[in-house]
Structures are given as C-alpha cells and as structure tokens.
Design a protein. Structure first.
Lengths: 302, 506
C-alpha cells in the first residue's frame, strides 16, 4: 500500500523537476546560472491561474486534446514499475496497452492541432505522425526483446527482470537495446537532436508547433503531460540501462529518484553538446534505432 | 564600351554639379543602364525625384577602378521596365513606381514594395482608392497551383522578438518551391522627412535607418555632407570612423554566428557569442558612450576623441574579446552536428547573386569579389584596409565561415589602427552644403554596400535624399536561397543573411 502511495506521489509530483534539472544543466554548460530548479512548477501554477482563449474555428476536439492526452499519459504511468516496486496495475499484455495509451495521447494532440486549421499546426502534425510511425516499431521490437529475455508478458515482469546479472549474460543485446531506446526517449520527448523544445522558430518545430494555439490551463496540461511522458519513458529506459536494485525498499526509492535525476543531467549534456539534426535526417536516425533494436532481438532469439 | 560615353563619372564621396549630368532621352537612359550593367557596372541606386509634371530619373552605377557613374532622364507617367534584361533593377523599379506614382510597363512582378503613399506631390494614385494608404501585404502573391502544393504564411507577427515581415511559401510537403517576401510594416517615412534638409535632426534620423548599422549610415551621411561642403575630415577622425565601422562589423558578425548556432540548437556558441557581441558593443561605448555608436560621427569628423587611456582600454578589451570569440567559434567548427546543418543549406548560385546584384557578405560568400572598401575606397580605407575575403559555396556554411574570416580581419585592422592613431584634431569645421549638386556616398557596412545619394537645390537644401540599405538587394537573395530547400531550414537561411527590415522599409 505504501508503495502504491509513493508511486502515485512520485508520478504526480516529480516529473516537472526533471525539466528543471535539464534546463539547469543546459544553463551551466552555456555559462549561465539558469532558472531555479523548481521553475517548471511555478510555470504550471502560473498557467493554471490563467484564462483560456479558444479560436472560433475550433471544435470540441481542440478542447479535448490536452485532457485526453494527459489522462492517457497518467494511466500509462500507472503501468510502469518504478525501481524494484510493482506498479498499481499489472497484467499480461499490459505493454500493448502502455504503447497504445501513448499513441492515443499523440492521436489527440495531432487531432487538436489539425482542428485549428493553421498551416503551421498541420505541418507539425504531419511531422509528428511521420516520426512516430518510425518510432513505434522500435518500441515494440524492444518490448518483444525484453519479453523474450524475461519470459514475462507484463511490463513489470519484463522490466524488473533486468539486472546486473542479466547484463553479464546478454550484455551485447542490452547495449544495442539501450542505444535504440535512448533515441526513442529523445524523439518521443522532443529533445535535441530530434526536436528543440526551446526554439521560437515556428517553421522548425515538431511538437511545439502543434500546441501553439493552446493557452492557460490547457497549455499547462500539455506542459505537465510532456514532463510526465519524460518521466515514464525515462523510468522505462532506466530499467534497461541502469538496473540498480536494492533489497531495502526505502533505499530503492532513493536510488530510483537519484538515477532519474542523473538521466536528466545526461539529457541536458546531450542537448548542450550537439546541434539539432536536419529534419530529413530524423527518419534516418529512427531507422537506425530500429535496426539496433532488431539486432538486439536477433541476438536474444539466437 | 561606347555606352560609357553617356556617363558622367566621379569618385565615391565626391559631389558634382547637377548640370554636369546631362538629361538624356528616356530610351537612351534605359538602354544605357542595360548596356552598362552588362559591361561590369552595377546599379548602386536608381530612384525618381518627383519634379515638374513628371519624375526625374537618376541611376547611380558603380564600376571598376573606383569609378561611379550617374545617368539622368525624365519620365511623365509610364516607365518601361528593364527588369527582364537587367534583373538587379527589379526592386528599384517597383520602388520608383510606388514613390513617384508611375506605372511600370512590362515589369514581370509589378506590385508595391512597401505599400506606402507616393512621395510628396501625388501625381496619380496607383490602383484603387486614391489617397488611401494601402495595407501591407494586401494583394496577390505568387501562387503555385496543384493539389499537392500548399501555402504557408509566416508573419508579420512572429513567435520570437524580431521585426515584422510577411513570408509566403509555396510548398510541396516540406520542400519550398517559392518564397515571396512582403515588407513595409516598419515604414517611417524617412526619405520624406529628409527632403528639404539638412535639418538639425537629419544626422540623428540617418543614424536610425537601421539600428545595427548606425555607424555605417552615419558614415555615409557624413561623407555626403563633407562632399557637398568640400570639407575633408582630419586623419585622426577618419581613423576613428574606420575603427567604429569595424567594431560594428565585429559585433554583428559575432552576434550572427551565435544566432546561427542557436538556430540549429547548439547552445554553447549561442550563449558565448551573445555575450561577446556585448563586449564589442561596449567597446563602441568606450569611444562615445553609446553601445551602437549614436552620436559618434558628425559631418567633419567624429564628435569624440580617443584618449591614450581609452586606447589602452580598447586594446585590452580587444585582446580579451578576440580570445573568447576564437574559443566560441572553435567550438562551432568543432561540432560535426553543426557542420552538417550548415553545409549545403540555402545555396545561392554565383550567377543568381550577380544577376540580383547581391552585396556584402552574401555576395562574397558566393565567391564574388565585391567590397566597397576595396572597390570604391573611402575615408581611412584609401590608405589601409582589411584584406578582402571570399568563400566559395554560397551556402549557410560559406556565409558563416566568411563572417569569421571577416571578423579576424577586422580584429587585426582595429588592433593596428589603435596602435598607430594619427595625431591631431578629430573634427574639422564642415561648411554649408553647396547648391545644385549631386553627392554619392558608398560605404561597406557590415551587411554590405549602403548607398546615400543627395541632390541639392539652389539653396543647398536636399531636393532628394535617397537611402539604400544593403538589405534592399539581399532580400531577393534570401528568396532565391530558399528554392528547393526544406521549409524547416528557413530560419537558418534567414539568419545567415540577417537582413534589416527597418533598413528596407525606411
């Protein structure tokens, strides 16, 4: 019971902190002192207190977009184990639900973008959908590989199975898998080098351009949903890349939080040390990620 | 070379009597302009002066061996277009038609440039609604038809804090077929305000043609006034002007390299160059108290002297800025992810650059040797100048590399000038402007050639003061650079040109 409570508290409260850590890391690399670590929380509070503006050309789809997306991401967050603890819900085949909850969120974001009728948002939606077509197979191949490794059909089974011992036996496959999943982590969360979450240049945006017309609390939900998505995909990634487990449940929660913060720093370092890909390069990178995870699967099936 | 016979040639910064430029028949004038642009001459400025019942046409051409040439003619209401045989005239012609209320015959794309009322006396209002000011960007845009072609309109309100401009893309998926740029949102009626001058405010108005080219425009204006008065600034004043102009170039080139890095999401160079740009601006402030050099230049010389203490301070700051700037730029060249973004993006072919008459770094990045400091030396550059740099390629990479090379040359130049400042006063008295004169000043600002032309009446007042910012040529270059380019690379290409909106809109 305590584990479920902690799970819920972390899922609800921790995600914006990751953005704070990423932004601070980038600021330090750029020689600035940067915004406070808690800035994303202030931003969310500010947005929630604001009024909303809705274009007359939009329909209920536009208003439903942020709500459905956030709800889908929240439910997905209940399926993923954090550290060595079981999630609130777990059943055989829940990974399919997990993947499609994220897809449902994306569907509503793009539908809301198309609903505005703006040429920018249409462009952003088309880019987002193109790239996720290529990103989804990578995710599924990775899930299949993990399932094969652990012999489990539920997310919690396959994710908590990986450990230091597994790295000793199937290290080669896991390295390939980690590389592929890191690409997915960055592309799904619109990070550099795939997308630039901080750019103000409408024509280069992918995800940001789709939410240009949202304002106030709706935009707050989008922002919060984005941090939450980073949180759950980050937790997913850490299970494979850094399976540090502790028998002591409290210590294990601490290890989990620390490794999430470490992951945010790593993302910040990546963003600080390279430029964005040209848009035509993004599909090539995603294909490369697909090939990596496919090889991982071949190694496991062997 | 017979067509050069109709030209009255003179030097940069010189003022010649208006009557020395004979008024020739319109046909001969247009034919002459077309012939001369085919013989190595280039249109530096082409404008109309509303006069009597028609319009006096003036064409200022820049040639080789430091020669400038002037042609003059007269037209009543219909101006035949020469754009089809001389593409660099296209925007000038549209401007003349708009400012003087003329109709262009056979211009391939006849529409307003700034969507403004004609200058002074309105002869005939073009289009519908006489006397009503047209709204910017209202009217037809070039359209590509087809089920798969879509149109993207950007601006005039942008997501960043930048000047307003409207960009209309014809796209096929992510590929741009055509870009049309509509400006005019920043029109302040500058040329209108300058007529009848010089007023006490004239210098200040010209310093604000484009805020980032304050020194450039102030230099050109000072040259005009000195030419009209027959004054020569003292050597120390000339040297300080050259230092200020190169500092302006450094600040902007440095800021541009940082902004280019920012556009591809490469944060370290963006942040460093943003700060170092401030260091260069502060050096201008050491000279005159204004980071943008406002109030530094006045006709006759410079308003401020540079003491030994200031010189030492500047040399120290220059050395520090050079070290930081080199470090920040090394980071940029050292990141493959940045280089792959710059390489091949926004290519302009040299033949297009020549046809459109591009100037400044945009032209030099296409391998074209074009630099007013060398071709039509003025001020201190008659004695010494930074070496001319060019880059092949015509892409974003070439424009970025050229900026760094020019920065290095400017750093070297400023260092040498500071170490050997001529002695003496910085200002000599500038008398009243002579009457009935034509004065032309070309200056290599950091964006390229800017051209001021003044025509005075019998009392020495400005009958017409024509300002041309380099952006006037180079916006067309940006439109060409976007052909068959990814629309997502537009901001990067735009930044690699970094053109002025208010300098264009006047």
């Amino acid at each position: 019971m305590a584990d479920i409570l902690i799970h819920l508290v972390l899922v609800i409260l921790m995600p914006p902190l990751l953005f704070g850590v990423i932004n601070r890391t980038k600021a330090i690399f750029a020689g600035r002192s940067g915004p406070p670590l808690l800035q994303p929380y202030y931003d969310l509070l500010r947005l929630l207190a604001k009024g909303s503006v809705f274009s007359r050309t939009t329909t209920w789809v536009f208003r439903a977009g942020p709500i459905v997306t956030l709800a889908a991401t929240l439910v997905a967050a209940l399926l993923i184990p954090l550290g060595n603890h079981l999630p609130p819900f777990s059943f055989n085949g829940d990974m399919i639900l997990f993947a499609y909850l994220l897809a449902l969120g994306r569907f509503f974001t793009t539908a809301a973008a198309l609903d505005t009728g703006s040429s920018f948002e249409g462009m952003g939606a088309s880019r987002e959908v193109t790239f996720s077509c290529l990103a989804e197979p990578v995710m599924f191949i990775a899930l299949l590989t993990l399932s094969r490794l652990s012999g489990s059909l539920s997310l919690s089974g396959m994710l908590t199975h990986s450990s230091a011992a597994l790295w000793m036996t199937s290290g080669a496959a896991l390295i390939l898998l980690v590389a592929g999943l890191f690409c997915i982590l960055l592309v799904e969360n619109c990070r550099i080098p795939f997308d630039d979450p901080n750019t103000h240049l409408e024509l280069t945006m992918i995800h940001e351009v789709m939410v240009l017309d949202h304002s106030g609390p709706a935009f707050g939900m989008i922002l919060y949903g984005a941090t939450l998505k980073l949180f759950i995909l980050g937790a997913f990634f850490l299970h494979v890349a850094l399976p540090l487990r502790s028998p002591d449940p409290w210590l294990d929660w601490l290890v989990f939080c620390a490794s999430m913060l470490l992951l945010s720093v790593v993302i910040g370092v990546v963003e600080s040390s390279m430029a964005r890909f040209r848009l035509t390069r993004v599909p090539q990178m995603l294909l490369a990620a697909g090939v990596l995870s496919a090889f991982a699967m071949i190694l496991v099936l062997r | 070379m017979s067509s050069e016979g109709i030209l009255r040639t003179f030097r940069n910064g010189e003022a010649i009597p208006v009557r020395d430029v004979p008024e020739i028949a319109l046909h001969a004038f247009l034919q002459g302009a077309v012939d001369l642009t085919g013989q190595g001459w280039r249109i530096a400025s082409y404008f109309g002066v509303p006069d009597r019942e028609g319009v006096a046409l003036w064409c200022i051409l820049a040639g080789s061996q430091g020669r400038l040439g002037a042609l003059r003619s007269w037209v009543e209401r219909q101006l035949p277009s020469i754009t089809s045989s001389c593409p660099e005239a296209h925007l000038f012609e549209r401007e003349i038609a708009e400012q003087c209320g003329l109709t262009l015959e056979e211009h391939p794309w006849f529409k307003p440039v700034r969507y403004q009322r004609p200058l002074r006396r309105a002869h005939e209002e073009r289009g519908s609604g006489a006397g009503v000011q047209p709204l910017p960007a209202v009217g037809d845009f070039y359209r590509v038809e087809g089920a798969e072609v879509h149109e993207v309109a950007v601006g005039p309100v942008h997501a960043g804090v930048i000047e307003p401009g409207h960009f209309r893309f014809q796209c096929h998926g992510e590929v741009v077929f055509h870009l049309e740029i509509a400006l005019g949102y920043q029109h302040r009626g500058l040329e209108h305000a300058l007529a009848g001058g010089p007023h006490p405010a004239t210098v200040v108005q010209l310093e604000t043609v484009a805020g980032d080219t304050t020194i450039g425009h102030a230099t050109a204006h000072a040259m005009i006034m000195e030419g009209l008065a027959g004054t020569e600034p003292p050597p120390r004043g000339e040297a300080l002007r050259a230092i200020a102009l190169e500092l302006e170039r450094l600040a902007n080139h440095c800021g541009d390299l940082g902004a280019l890095a920012g556009d591809v999401g490469y944060l370290p160079t963006m942040s460093f160059c943003g700060r170092i740009r401030g260091d260069f601006l502060n050096m201008t402030a050491v000279l005159c108290g204004s980071r943008f050099g406002r109030g530094l230049l006045r006709p006759g010389g410079t308003y401020f002297d540079c003491s030994a203490g200031q010189t030492a301070d500047l040399l120290k700051r220059l050395e520090e800025a050079r070290r930081d700037y080199s470090g920040a730029v090394e980071l940029l060249w050292g990141s493959p992810s940045v280089m792959t973004r710059f390489d091949g993006a926004g290519q302009v072919r040299p033949e297009d650059a020549l046809a459109l008459g591009l100037v400044g770094p945009a032209a030099r990045a296409c391998g074209i040797e074009r630099d007013v400091r060398r071709d039509h030396p003025f001020g201190f550059y008659r004695i010494s100048r930074p070496p001319l740099r060019t880059q092949p390629g015509g892409d974003v990479m070439a424009r970025a590399k050229l900026r760094w090379q020019e920065s290095q040359a400017s750093l070297e130049f400023i260092h040498d000038r500071l170490n050997s400042l001529p002695e003496g006063p910085v200002m000599s008295a500038c008398g009243a402007a002579a009457g009935e004169r034509l004065a032309v000043a070309l200056v290599e600002g950091w964006r390229g050639e800017l051209c001021h032309v003044a025509i005075t009446d019998a009392a020495g007042r400005f009958l017409r003061y024509k300002v041309k910012d380099p952006s006037f040529h180079n916006w067309s270059g940006l439109a060409m650079a976007l052909r068959n380019e990814q629309i997502s690379d537009f901001p990067l290409c735009n930044k690699s040109f970094n053109l002025s909106y208010c300098g264009f809109d006047l």
